[in-house]
Write a protein that binds this ligand. Structure first.
Ligand code: SF4
Length: 310
């Protein structure tokens, strides 16, 4: 495959097919730099060389009743993550001040749990209102399943973006979690879109899924018109059901990122959790494909700080 030619066709409006998506995932390692170069043509065309930085606050941690098999915060996992209820408003706002001082573009307020209560939504909304009054900063909320009314409360408070990952394909979903369903996630994203908040949705790779599952997911977030697409690479956590899954290589991760870029060329592609663990010394190549990363760690695992040299 001539990846540069395909990239230029995509810029001219062509939509990649599933067959081309399969070719991306099956690219010979000897042609990997050619694939990355094609993905970079797209990244540079739509985003230049700028990198968007995101930082998380784990605003409510642990004791989640859901059984997502990758997650250390599930009550079904045998882990020693911190357990605490929603932190107070000042803690959330102070995190935003620090993020602003560190030139972070988007501050992500994340809660563990199946679904935020109305009280929790109001509390997060109050914190967001204060942040928006004090500074100019993009806010993403990630509070679990959400309904139309809650989405409207967050929109009115100034939430710019809401993250709710599809996580994997519809077909593979019940191998990852059974306490909720793929359609629940789609419904939440539709409620978000209805409210006018920008949807953010991606997934996690390396959980035992097939190439077809990854391709399904890339096309599903395209169909949802997700503005931002986090691509997580499983970092297996001891005590979780997926503790022994270790199937990713740096080259595989780069092909997956390229797939998401070719299928969703204009969207923010973010290398999310597991970046450091899975891409290792090849992280810098990921930056030619993705235009967004998290820095300063993830919800329950550490990561590189903003001043780290990759
Ligand atoms: S719903 Fe969220 S916090 Fe709960 S187990 Fe799943 S990923 Fe973890």
């Amino acid at each position: 495959m001539d990846w540069m030619m395909l990239a230029n066709k995509v810029i001219d409006g062509y939509d990649c097919t599933r067959e081309e998506a399969r070719e991306i995932l099956n690219t010979d390692d000897a042609d990997l730099l050619g694939l990355i170069n094609g993905a970079y043509v797209l990244r540079r065309h739509y985003y230049g060389n700028k990198m968007k930085l995101n930082r998380l606050i784990n605003a409510k941690s642990g004791r989640c009743p859901e059984n997502c098999a990758y997650c250390s915060q599930s009550i079904y996992a045998d882990t020693d993550v911190e357990n605490y209820q929603l932190v107070d408003q000042e803690t959330i706002v102070e995190g935003a001040r620090q993020a602003k001082a560190d030139h972070i573009g988007t501050y992500c307020i994340v809660m563990s749990g199946r679904k935020a209560s109305n009280r929790e939504v109001r509390a997060v909304a109050a914190a967001v209102k204060q942040i928006k009054q004090e500074m100019s900063m993009k806010i993403c909320a990630c509070l679990g399943l959400i309904d139309d009314k809650q989405a409207d409360v967050l929109k009115e408070a100034g939430v710019d973006r809401y993250n709710h990952n599809l996580n994997t394909s519809a077909n593979y979903y019940d191998r990852v979690a059974t306490t909720h369903h793929y359609q629940d996630r789609v419904d939440t994203l539709e409620a978000i879109k209805q409210s006018g908040i920008s949807p953010c949705s991606g997934g996690i790779c390396g959980m035992g899924e097939t190439d077809e599952d990854i391709i399904d997911m890339a096309f599903a977030v395209k169909a949802l018109n997700s503005d931002s697409i986090p691509v997580n690479f499983l970092r297996p956590i001891p005590g979780t059901p997926f503790a022994d899954k270790n199937e990713l290589t740096p080259n595989r991760c780069l092909k997956i990122l390229s797939l998401f870029r070719f299928v969703n060329p204009k969207k923010e592609i973010r290398i999310a959790g597991g970046r450091e663990y899975n891409l290792r010394s090849m992280q810098c190549l990921g930056l030619y494909i993705a235009n967004s990363i998290f820095i300063d760690g993830y919800l329950t695992t550490d990561g590189q700080g903003g001043k780290a040299k990759i």
